[in-house]
Design a protein around this ligand. Structure first.
Ligand code: PEP
Ligand code: MN
Length: 378
C-alpha cells in the first residue's frame, strides 16, 4: 500500500515532524516578539502623549521599512517583507490608538455609570426627554402657541433657532437677538428650558445670556474654536453630529468641550448623508448604542432633520428610544406651511400631540408592566 493512502498528513515521517516542530516553535517566538514589540509601542505612546507628539510618523515607518528591506537576505522577496511589516506597524498603531480612545475625558471606562446632564432642575440621561419647538423663532405668537402646547403636554425643552445656518445665503437667517428674547420669554412664561443654536464664536456670549442650553449644529460640529468657546460658558451643550462625521470624530468634538472644562454635554444624532433620496438624511440608529458604549454622555435623536419629512417621525422616535436614546428632538410649528425654514418637516400642534401620544408608552417607563421595566433597566 502506498504511503499517501495511509498517512496523508505525513505524521509518520520523522524529518517532516521535526521541521514542523521547528516551525511551531518559531511561530511561538514570533508571537512573543510581536507582543514584546507591542508593549514597547505602548511605552512609546505614553512618552508621545506626554510630549504631544504625533502617534503616526510616516517618515519613521518608511525608514524602518527601508532598513528591513536592506537587511532582507531572502527567500522572501522585498515586496513581501514590506507587506508583512506594514501589517505589523498598522496593528501596533491600532493598539496605540485604541488605548488613546480609552483615555479621552469623555470615554467610558469599564463600570462607569451613565452621565446625567443637568439643565436647571431637569436631568437629561435617565427618563427620556422631549425637546421641541420650531426650526426658527419667527414671532411672539408662534413661540407662545408652541410653548403653551409643550407645557400642556409636560414637555421640558423648548427649542428654536435665532441664528440659522442656511444652505443659501438668501434664505431666512434668523431673527438674531430679537429671536433670542422671544425664545427666552416664551420659555419663562411656561416654565420651559430653552435651547438654541450658536453658530459662531462671536455670538457665544450673547446666546449664553438668553438660553439654558447651547446647541452646536451639524455644520459646526468640527468648528473647534466654537467648541472651545461654548465650553467656557458653563452652559450645558447639545452637540449635534455632523452629517459627515464618524463616531470617532463626534466623540473627539465632545472631548473639545470637556477639555474646555464643560462636561455637561448631550449628544444629538440627526442623521447622516447617504445615497438615500427618500429622506433628507439617514438616521443612524446604530450610533445610539455605539456612542453609549464609547462614552457616558446622554444621547438624544433629532428625528426631524434626520427624516426631513413629517410622516415617519413617530416610527423614528420610537426606534430611537428603543435603541436607548435619552430623548427626542422634534420640530413643531403652529402653521408649518408658513414656516420660514424647514416647512416640509415641521409638525403642526395637533400632529405633535399625536406624536407624543404614540410615544407615551416609551416616555413613561413606570407605566409599563413590571417585567418590561426590569428588562429595560437590567
Ligand atoms: C437645527 O436643529 O435647527 C438644525 C439646523 O439642525 P442641524 O444642525 O442638525 O442641521
Ligand atoms: Mn430645521
Amino acid at each position: 500500500m502506498s504511503k499517501s493512502t495511509t498517512d496523508l498528513s505525513g505524521a509518520s515521517d520523522p524529518s517532516l515532524v521535526e521541521l514542523r516542530n521547528q516551525i511551531s516553535a518559531i511561530n511561538h517566538e514570533i508571537l512573543v516578539q510581536l507582543n514584546r514589540r507591542a508593549e514597547i509601542g505602548l511605552k512609546v505612546r505614553e512618552i508621545k502623549e506626554r510630549n504631544a507628539i504625533e502617534m503616526f510618523i510616516p517618515s519613521r515607518e518608511q525608514e524602518m521599512l527601508d532598513g528591513l528591506v536592506e537587511a532582507n537576505a531572502g527567500p522572501f522577496p522585498d515586496q513581501v517583507i514590506r507587506q508583512l511589516f506594514r501589517e505589523i506597524f498598522s496593528a501596533s498603531l491600532g493598539l496605540m490608538q485604541a488605548r488613546e480612545k480609552e483615555t479621552l475625558m469623555v470615554s467610558r471606562r469599564p463600570g462607569d455609570p451613565d452621565a446625567l446632564v443637568q439643565v436647571g432642575e431637569v436631568s437629561v440621561g435617565r427618563e427620556p426627554v422631549i425637546m421641541a419647538g420650531p426650526c426658527a423663532v419667527e414671532d411672539e405668537d408662534q413661540m407662545d402657541r408652541v410653548a403653551q402646547v409643550l407645557a400642556d403636554q409636560g414637555v421640558a425643552f423648548l427649542r428654536g433657532g435665532a441664528f440659522k445656518p442656511r444652505t443659501s445665503p438668501y434664505s431666512f437667517q434668523g431673527l438674531g437677538e430679537v429671536g433670542l428674547r422671544m425664545l427666552k420669554d416664551a420659555g419663562a412664561r411656561y416654565g420651559l428650558k430653552t435651547i438654541t443654536e450658536v453658530v459662531d464664536t462671536r455670538s457665544v456670549e450673547l446666546v449664553a445670556r438668553y438660553v439654558d442650553m447651547l446647541q452646536v449644529g451639524a455644520r459646526n460640529m468640527m468648528n473647534y474654536e466654537l467648541l472651545k468657546a461654548v465650553a467656557t460658558t458653563g452652559k450645558p451643550v447639545l452637540l449635534k453630529r455632523s452629517f459627515a462625521a464618524t463616531l470617532d470624530e463626534w466623540l473627539r468634538a465632545a472631548e473639545y468641550v470637556a477639555l474646555g472644562g464643560n462636561s455637561q454635554i448631550v449628544l444629538c444624532e440627526r442623521g447622516i448623508r447617504t445615497f438615500a433620496k427618500e429622506t433628507r438624511n439617514t438616521l443612524d440608529i446604530s450610533a445610539i448604542p455605539l456612542m453609549k458604549d464609547l462614552c457616558r454622555l446622554p444621547i438624544v435623536v433629532d428625528v426631524s432633520h434626520a427624516a426631513g419629512r413629517r410622516d415617519i417621525l413617530a416610527a423614528l422616535a420610537r426606534a430611537s428610544l428603543a435603541a436607548g436614546a435619552h430623548g427626542v428632538m422634534v420640530e413643531v410649528h403652529p402653521s408649518p406651511h408658513l414656516a420660514r425654514s424647514d416647512a416640509q418637516q415641521q409638525l403642526d400642534l395637533d400632529q405633535f400631540a399625536a406624536l407624543l401620544d404614540a410615544l407615551r408608552p416609551d416616555l413613561m417607563p413606570h407605566a409599563r408592566p413590571r417585567a418590561a421595566r426590569q428588562l429595560a433597566d437590567s
